[in-house]
Each structure stands twice: as C-alpha cells, then as structure tokens.
Design a protein around this ligand. Structure first.
Ligand SMILES: C[S@@+](CC[C@H](N)C(=O)[O-])C[C@H]1O[C@@H](n2cnc3c(N)ncnc32)[C@H](O)[C@@H]1O
Length: 264
C-alpha cells in the first residue's frame, strides 16, 4: 500500500471536522464535500455525524458546527459546495439540502444557488408507489460577495451535458452518471460522488496550487480530483479505515505528486 505521506499536496486528518482549529485561518479557496446523511449509513464510528441514535436537530447542529469551522478556514473570496440530497422516507420527506443551506447561512455564508445533479442511471427507490430519485443537489455558497468562478475551466463532459449554456456559462443542471466500475465508484465506500463531478467543482472554484478542503473525505474523491488538477487538498475523515481506500485511489497520481511540500 502506498502511504498517504507520499502525496505532498495532501494532508489528511483522521478526526472529526467539528474542530478545524489545526488549519490556518482564511487559507482555503474552496470547500467541496458531501456530508454523511442522517440516519442513513453506518460508517462504523461512534462519533460520526448522523448515526441512528441522533435526533435530526442534533445532526443539523453538528453539521452547522462543521460549516462554521469551514467558514473560518475559507479565504474571503472562497466558496463552499455541498453535495446532498433530500431524505426520502415515505410520507415524511426531509428537505435536507434546504436545511443545510439555512444552517450554512446562519454561519455567515451567502447562498448563491442550488445546482441539480442529474443522475441518469440511478435506479434506487423504484417501485409502483414511488418515483425514481434521479437527482441530488449541490448547495453553492460563498463566504462574501467577492468570490469568482472559472467557468472557462469547466471540462466538457459531452453533448448532452445540460450544464453548458450557449454562452459557455455554467447552468444549474449537471449530468453525471453514477457508473459502477469506473474510478470513484468501484471503491470500498458507501457513498462516493463521481470524479467528473468533483473535478468540475475543483475547476470552476479554484486555480492551480489553491487549497481545497473536504471535511468529510470518505474515499477521497475530492482529494483525487484536486491533486489531478494540481491543487492542494486538506481532508478530514473520522474513519481511519478509509486510509487504504484513499491511498489506493491516489496510487496512479503518485508520479505527478512530487511538489516540495504542502505549503509550497
Ligand atoms: C457521504 S460520505 C463522503 C463521501 C465522499 N464524498 C467520497 O466521495 O467518498 C461522508 C463521510 O463523512 C464521514 N464522517 C462522519 N462523521 C464525521 C465527522 N464528524 N468528521 C469527519 N468525517 C465524518 C463518514 O465516515 C463518511 O466517510
């Protein structure tokens, strides 16, 4: 197994992101993340956010604490992108993306938009009494009004990509199939997001050598996208058992990761 210390542009903290005081204030250009969903997935750690014995209110309070910490770490012109979906329980759907957006706003973030991630291949939830859920949201926030995007850096993912407008600006519907067997899906983690989605977020929200932070690193999709685009990445993940998953995903980037040190 390749040690993560081989990747000079990556710094992973195997602890809760409810405390980011180890990180430098106003140093991060973009936070790109997907939080654990409430009551949904057991990632195997007692202190993880969203366990079954945690109330929805407490879950949101803990997420808000993470957003608050992210706010302190972000540069004034930085942005935060949260990939999250509604919690679909029959007759009791919880509008988590909106609650997440409100909690981030309470930390001082400005809500810029809600992007829809269209998942054409999704089949979960299909039966004769429900509609098939083929989307998630990406909550797009900025720390201040002085943020800027780089839509010209946005890699085209095909003719059917509804994110591209005729004027080459970025639209609010992004099509990213969830493909089993491709890098980013064929990994031992319960909820990775696709690499092309993470790369698009990195490209539009940062420039080379900027710092990207993922407070819920999981299998390391954000780290993979950031390092492959010559950005530096900080990650927090409470379950250290994902270390081998992250390092094996990054293995093919090893040759290109020879920058002097993280701060360089
Ligand atoms: C939805 S997954 C992230 C998936 C990631 N985007 C990927 O592509 O693999 C959420 C992650 O948050 C982690 N987590 C839960 N509570 C945490 C906490 N307090 N601090 C840091 N990580 C936590 C879980 O272990 C899980 O890996």
């Amino acid at each position: 197994m390749i040690s993560l210390s081989n990747f000079a542009d990556l710094e992973v903290h195997w602890e809760s992101s409810e405390d980011l005081s180890d990180l430098e204030t106003a140093s991060v250009q973009s936070v790109i993340t997907s939080p654990p969903y409430w009551n949904l997935k057991d990632y195997g750690h007692d202190e993880q956010i969203g366990t079954t014995d945690e109330s929805y209110e407490r879950y949101l309070n803990r997420l808000q604490q993470v957003f608050n910490e992210c706010y302190q770490c972000l540069r004034d012109d930085g942005t935060m992108w949260i990939v999250v979906d509604s919690l679909i329980e029959r007759g009791n759907m919880k509008l988590l993306p909106y609650h997440v957006a409100e909690r981030a706003r309470d930390c001082g973030f400005l809500l810029q938009n809600m992007i829809v991630w269209y998942k054409p291949t999704a089949i979960a939830g299909m039966n004769d009494r429900t509609v098939v859920n083929k989307k998630e949201y990406i909550v797009f926030l900025s720390k201040s009004e002085s943020y800027s995007l780089h839509p010209e850096m946005n890699e085209d993912v095909g003719d059917e990509d509804p994110a591209k407008t005729t004027t080459d600006e970025l639209g609010t519907i992004w099509r990213h199939p969830v493909k089993r067997g491709s890098l980013g899906q064929n990994v031992s983690h319960k909820a990775p997001f696709p690499v092309p989605l993470a790369k698009r977020l990195v490209q539009v929200s940062t420039e080379p050598r900027n710092i990207v932070l993922d407070p819920f690193l999981g299998s390391g999709t954000t780290a993979y996208a950031a390092l492959s685009e010559d950005r530096r990445c900080l990650g927090y993940e409470i379950n250290q058992e994902f270390e081998s998953v992250v390092s094996s995903r990054l293995a093919d980037l090893q040759q290109s990761a020879l920058h002097t040190n993280f701060q360089g």
